[in-house]
Write a protein that binds this ligand. Sequence first.
Ligand code: CTP
Length: 401
Amino acid sequence: MSGGIAAYKAASLARGLVKAGATVQAVLTEHAAAFVGPPTFAGLTGRPAHTGVLTDAHRVLHVRLARETDVAVFAPATANLLAKLAHGLCDDLVTSVFMCLRCPVVLAPAMHTEMWAHPATRANLAVLRDRGATVVEPGEGALAGGDSGPGRLADEDELLEAVARALGTASGPLAGRRVLVTAGGTREPIDPVRFIGNRSSGKMGYALAAEAARRGARVDLVSGPSHLADPPGLRSVRRIETARQMRDAVMQLCDDADVVVKAAAVADFRPASYAAQKVKKDDEGFTGVPLERNPDILAELGRRKGHRVLVGFAAETDLAEERGREKLHRKGLDLIVVNRVDAPDAGFNVDTNRAVLLSAGGGRSEVALTSKAGLARVVWDRVESLLDETRPPAPADASTP
Ligand code: CTP
């Protein structure tokens, strides 16, 4: 715990974890201890709550605590704590333990809205996410001093769920499964001002990621630019811009995935060269934007498929099913979700969708007009049966932060 008013909620979280069967070790910063006393945590957890790095110095307390830990939860994580963690400062017990951890890390930020929105906090969170930490986003509501807004510690149930997921003990039909989802469109820069992009909003991919997390999976999301907030309960969210950045992120994350769902609308082409200075309209030398091919990420995954279940999307405006079936086979997929993107109530940037699901085994099912969350549920139902047919669940997660 670090020093914010939400420290009082950490007491209830500690109790919830003990009730769920965990052995809980409380570690408080000096400021956290000013909000809620260590005896409260000692009473709730049945173990002494630690605050000082010099306690038990001969046994190197921070190293010992980190080694004993299966999952570390920083709740509340103040703006100050996030800054320290992102930069590797270790001037107290909480930050020193963090530096020694080799287990999953769950961060539960809580702070005033201004601090939450500050670019420094955003940048620090991006660094920590990039290193594998799960961030349980704060909610909106009453804050200290009578204020109200985003920045309030996430609900206890959400935190307990994130811990269970990090431990691989979440419940649900996808518990123990590792899922990678891509979402949104990519942007291919022409110059510092302009890019080639597409109309994808990310809504379908975010709905798929959220539904997989709800079913207990450990979910990584790789997203093109989107105005949507991170879905709750994910292990990581990486935001990228270009198809090549998406490819690199997917290749890094796919190795231990059981399922990859490629809902992203990846640009097939990019400008062959990038103009470092803005192209001016009276530039005589400007003759157009020559294009070159981007890598086909899904086809590459299909070539090195291994044990993974591969799900693709086909965004079509004509001959949808025929083209979808061709993509299913050409890209080596298990399942393809074919949707029309030329209807006003389906495809890009709307909340509804309709689709035909085609599977490698010859299966075909139609999904009538529904919400994107509804289509996500149908897709995961289908993937669950594909997994059950072929692959037993993997052992609990042992990844490092
Ligand atoms: N895809 C990908 N990498 C690309 C292009 C597409 O991974 N460079 C993936 C998409 O995420 C989607 C599937 O391939 O899951 C089909 O995308 P779509 O745009 O419908 O098809 P394309 O392969 O681009 O073919 P075409 O442009 O001929 O429709």
